[in-house]
Design a protein around this ligand. Sequence first.
Ligand code: SAH
Length: 342
Amino acid sequence: MKKIDILSLTPDRLKEYLKSIGEKPFRASQILNWLHEKRVRDFDGMSNLPASLRERLKSDFTFEHIKPVRRLRSDIDGTEKFLYELPDGNHIETVLMSYEHGDSLCISTQAGCRMGCRFCASTIAGFKRNLEPNEILGQLYETEYVSRRKVSSIVLMGIGEPLDNFENVVTFLNILSSPDCTNMSLRHLSLSTCGLADRIYKLAELDFGLTLSVSLHSPYDEKRSELMPINKKYHIDELMQACRDYFDKTGRRISFEYALIEGENDSEADAKALVKLIRGMPAHINIIPVNSIAERNYRSDRASAQRFAKLLGSLGANATVRRTLGADINAACGQLRREYEI
Ligand code: SAH
């Protein structure tokens, strides 16, 4: 059986394991402190553990690190993009952005994506596999280590569909928020989904207190199915029902992402239908001028995005245009990995 990485263990699982090998419970606190507080790089660095326990850990777990193989820095706004190599040779991207309220990290949850959104570079290079919890968390730890910057918020908006890797993402969220581990409040985390309605219900049950971002991109089933094939499985009605349930259970306002594409979803009728769709739901709409990718002829610009947001505002919706960061380093997810995978 494949060994699990020690950084993928929740405190409960670590305690169970230690009990099963006859170790005292206080060893769990020591190990967690090495992993998450001191961020030790190997088992031998855990210097207050007896050598016999370190050897036992080495034989039962892996402790591998993702490796930064490229690092790009924007001259415009200091955004940094990291291409990481996973232990099996796959690649993922992580983006570090600087905001007034602190640094924010955009994390990947899968190597590739199988959702097939037409405008997205991550899906074009194909799906390889789910990331393990340690590989998701590792993006935070490695980026903080390499950049010497401290991350204060996280967005799960990198490569992959987080709800398509549900179990590992939930384990990651448990470790990230545990006071014995990273101890980050999940109020500082947003999870972005293309709309797997059944998993949105499951996520609401877990009540993590995180912000749910839903990639909508069109208020019409026909157009949305064309842009986002997942819509054929979960129609807009079903998705909206899941969003309402998420709000009712968690009290967290939903954030809708809307990548504006010239001639596809930017008409006045689109704006009216969008406002009608979310009426009565506490929500925010984030307009993103679509980022052009080589394979598709989709276009937009900031001025159109601002006009569309203003139109939504005049119709009573709460809409803003997402700040464009790292324009000179192609910071939109998936584009750098793509150069490596093909
Ligand atoms: N799979 C998740 C998260 C990853 S994508 C999701 O679909 O939400 C993060 C966000 O970037 C999504 O809103 C996605 O629709 C958007 N996106 C992808 N490619 C884009 C592009 N070329 N231009 C603008 N936004 C894009």
